[in-house]
Write a protein that binds this ligand. Structure first.
Ligand SMILES: C[S@@+](CC[C@H](N)C(=O)[O-])C[C@H]1O[C@@H](n2cnc3c(N)ncnc32)[C@H](O)[C@@H]1O
Length: 278
């Protein structure tokens, strides 16, 4: 077991607690446990359209939380391995796998340490919605993408856009366009957050409130992928998010929120699909 530094330790306590909150947040959020247990694939339509047919592929899902997306990929016919550093997340993912009868392998550990934890190479590496902001340094993350993909294998990510993440969170009822108050570029020093509320469940009161997060700009992400032998197939910017990041956001459908019409058009999320050069 690797030693976590103080920041990672705090983040892991937070995520361990959120696993229990999110399992029961179906009424408010995209954590659709009951739907999944009834036999559905709960991946959102954007992911579904952009990953294409995954039947028969081997997939490594990094930062898999409690495995709902991982198991949905398995339900689409892929052979999946989920990796996450939250023991509660991995235990819950294994329980959901056995309850649903959908097979998957779940590995507990830091994504930065994947080399010591995971063996073999994969047809696809998959990571979505709220993952990279928890990593101080994207160099090992990107190196592992290059290392764990087979030649010709596909990397897919879908994330909150660094521009949207740099905006001030709005207070309830505040309709003004939020100013930029957080860093866009990465610095060694993290953002320190201290809040007992949760983005997925408005009723949650967390005990582990202190977290550490890092900004990663678009240039940093794309350049690191290119440095690790990845050829970018697309970089899409989207006007939607799966969570209500700003109080004024409007619900588009069961899956997405968008900014109100009086905002200038800005990207709220982005996706990258890249192929490992042969
Ligand atoms: C917002 S969740 C990702 C959710 C994801 N969209 C899903 O449900 O499949 C972020 C995840 O990153 C994990 N995490 C944070 N830092 C990590 C690290 N250094 N290594 C591995 N997992 C990490 C947390 O435990 C948490 O499960």
């Amino acid at each position: 077991m690797v030693n976590l530094n103080e920041q990672e330790h705090a983040n892991r306590l937070y995520w361990d607690e959120l696993v229990d909150v999110h399992q029961n947040a179906e009424a408010f959020s995209d954590y659709r446990v009951q739907k999944f247990l009834k036999g559905e694939c709960i991946l959102d339509p954007l992911v579904r359209a952009e990953i294409g047919d995954v039947a028969g592929l081997s997939i490594l899902h990094t930062q898999c939380h409690f495995g709902l997306d991982t198991l949905s990929l398995a339900r689409l016919g892929a052979t999946v391995t989920g990796l996450d550093f939250s023991p509660n997340g991995i235990a819950t993912a294994r329980r959901l796998s056995s309850e649903s009868g959908v097979p998957a392998t779940f590995v507990e550990g830091r994504v930065e340490d994947a080399r010591e934890l995971v063996s073999g190479q994969f047809d696809m590496i998959f990571t979505t919605w709220g993952a990279i902001g928890w990593l101080a340094d994207l160099e090992p993350w990107a190196a592992n993408i290059g290392r764990f993909l087979k030649p010709g294998g596909v990397f897919y990510m879908l994330e909150g856009h660094p521009l949207a993440l740099s905006l001030q969170d709005s207070e309830p009822g505040d309709h003004s366009i939020p100013p930029i108050i957080y860093d866009y570029f990465n610095r060694a020093e993290p953002f320190v957050m201290d809040t007992s509320s949760d983005y997925a469940d408005p009723n949650a009161k967390l005990k582990n409130t202190r977290t550490y997060e890092w900004a990663h700009g678009m240039g940093e992400i794309v350049t690191l992928l290119c440095k690790n032998n990845m050829v970018i197939e697309f970089l899409h910017e989207h006007p939607v998010l799966t969570w209500k990041a700003f109080d004024v956001m409007e619900q588009v459908d069961e899956y997405f929120y968008r900014a109100p019409d009086h905002w200038p058009t800005i990207p709220l999320s982005f996706s990258i699909r890249a192929q490992k050069a042969g």
